[in-house]
Design a protein around this ligand. Structure first.
Ligand code: NA7
Length: 522
């Protein structure tokens, strides 16, 4: 890591900088009251707090169940953790970071970036850690939210912002006998460095983006590695390179250069997403070209045709989160690494038995089994709006939906950042930034009218839902072959209700244009 040379570099590289956020205590009766409570101290929560600060709100609390900020980049610490979007694009547009060590930065750099931004924008002082929110209830008489924590404490807030993320509830597989396993068990999102791996017999369950990163790293240290695949993932070559200290200095001194690089990486991601995912019906050749790149990578990495065939996805590129790696496929050619595709029959105290009846002895079980996006995460805590409407129940009875991916009728003064139809672009920062603009416009109007509440109308919500649903008909999800992809892009009802099917540009532009009459402001 290069030596910090400027104050900005020092701050990014972790040289002490005091946290900001001047929190004043306001009591309403016996309950602490805030202008806004934000749940989640990841990049969504940090972005929301920055937006509130810009608008003059200072009495803000950011609550997070973890012991530090950064969300997914604090929680995930498995070996090989990196971003799978170029870092130039995987960052806030208003806070470019010239100090990434590579085009695809390591996970610990993302965590330091979160700390740097929270300090620079003075929002760290709002944060309270080890705090789990159990529920939030809208009080129509008081016209604010009551938020109940797991320890029974209650607080109130004029505005409630759920910034709980999409990939935060680790999924433990429901495999027969898993509880009886006597060795060490590690979920990739709950990594424990104290568990020794060197020379041991390790099994990995899952072959998603996380496994693609962790498998090559584990193979370097363990005695034997058995990787249990249920569904192959699309893997494309990774065009990564180091950004040496010289380049970092250049980016710091000439920000236009960095903006130009971002323009290029944004353009590639935007084009891929719009053509391969939203305009699939017309541009399916883009998906085919991506598929060809994956096929060539397998061909260049693996001689054994049978092994290549086992790793080849049968669903269209884009149905499920694809990833990039130059080492994943090659790892399976090592003598101590095996791809297991027969399926898992059961787990016993000392190993895994597959559906062919073959048992592998295992010392350490690594669960690269991803996250529950829908069942326990939409929403991540109980939210009760006007007329006792329960958000989770309402979504399940009426279909997942949210106006502009951020607000829901009957839930006044509430923004939900990890919402149905919210995710735009491949970088999560795109979603956060359009939502920040949305908040700015709505809260700006609340301030302008000297009002206390906002709530999206049912009519606006229905109109928006109709539009996204129709637009999605051309997407790979409905026009392509996604059968057998087992993708978390689809909800419990088989609807692809995670993405906003537009370009990032259009999502940003729409936030300046939506009719303010779509909200009741009072
Ligand atoms: P993913 O992409 O959800 O992958 C989870 C993997 O675990 C996937 O291969 C699953 O197979 C597998 N899995 C889950 N449950 C089981 C059971 N019961 N048996 C066998 N295999 C199972 O999560 P990741 O952590 O890899 O990536 C999450 C995001 O992080 C990713 O999208 C990027 O944005 C970064 P399946 O495909 O369901 O057959």
């Amino acid at each position: 890591m290069p030596a910090p040379e400027t104050a900005a570099a020092e701050a990014f590289h972790g040289v002490a900088r005091p946290g900001g956020g001047d929190v004043s205590v306001v009591m309403l009766g016996r309950v602490q009251h805030f202008d806004a409570v934000i749940v989640g101290a990841g990049f969504g929560g940090i972005g929301a707090a920055i937006q509130l600060n810009r608008m003059g709100y200072r009495n803000v609390a950011i609550l997070d169940r973890e012991d530090d900020l950064g969300g997914t980049w604090h929680v995930n610490r498995y070996p090989g953790l990196t971003v799978d979007i170029p870092s130039t694009s995987y960052s806030y547009t208003f806070e470019p970071n010239p100090y990434w060590s590579r085009l695809f930065a390591r996970g610990d750099e993302m965590k330091r970036y979160a700390e740097f931004v929270a300090d620079k924008y003075d929002v760290r002082g709002y944060m309270r850690f080890g705090v789990t929110v159990s529920s939030a209830r809208w009080d129509e008489d008081e016209r604010h939210w009551f938020i109940t924590l797991a320890d029974g404490t209650t607080m109130s807030a004029q505005f409630l912002i759920a910034a709980t993320g999409l990939l935060c509830q680790p999924c433990k597989p429901d495999i027969d006998g898993i509880e009886s396993f006597a060795g060490d068990v590690l979920h990739t999102a709950q990594w424990n460095d104290d568990i020794a791996l060197a020379g041991r017999r390790v099994a990995v369950i899952g072959t998603g983006s996380t496994a693609v990163q962790v498998v090559p790293e584990l193979a370097k240290q363990v005695g034997s590695l058995n990787v249990y695949q249920r569904t192959p993932i699309w893997v494309l070559p990774k065009l990564d390179f180091e950004l040496p200290a010289r380049a970092q200095r250049l980016f710091a001194e000439a920000p236009a250069l960095q903006r130009a690089l971002r323009f290029c990486t944004d353009a590639v991601l935007e084009t891929m997403m719009v053509l391969a995912m939203w305009r699939y019906r017309r541009f399916r050749f883009v998906n085919k070209a991506a598929g060809l790149a994956g096929w060539l990578l397998r061909l260049a990495s693996i001689r054994d045709a049978q092994l290549r065939a086992k790793l080849a996805p049968t669903y269209d590129y884009g149905c499920k989160r694809p990833t990039i790696s130059n080492t994943y496929y090659r790892t399976f050619t090592k003598p101590h690494v095996r791809l297991e595709t027969a399926g898992i029959e059961r787990i016993e105290a000392d190993g895994i038995v597959d559906r062919d009846g073959v048992k592998q002895q295992v010392d350490v079980l690594v669960l690269a089994t991803g996250f529950d996006v829908w069942e326990t995460n939409m929403p991540a805590f109980e939210v009760i709006g006007r007329n006792d409407r329960n958000l989770g129940k309402w979504w399940r009875e009426n279909g997942f939906q949210s106006y502009q991916g951020v607000s829901v009728p009957h839930f006044p003064n509430f923004f939900s950042m990890a919402s149905p139809y919210a995710w735009v672009g491949l970088s999560w920062f795109n979603t956060v930034e359009y939502q920040m603009r949305h908040m700015a416009r709505v809260l700006g109007e609340v301030q302008h009218r000297d009002a206390r509440t906002f709530e999206v109308t049912e009519e606006a919500n229905e109109r928006y839902l109709g539009w996204v649903t129709e637009t999605l008909e051309d997407s790979v999800f409905y026009a392509g072959n996604c059968a057998g992809s087992r993708s978390y892009y689809f909800d419990e009802n088989g609807q692809a209700s995670l993405f906003r099917p537009t370009s990032v540009r259009s999502a940003l532009r729409d936030q300046e244009r939506f009719a303010l009459s779509d909200y009741t402001i009072g």
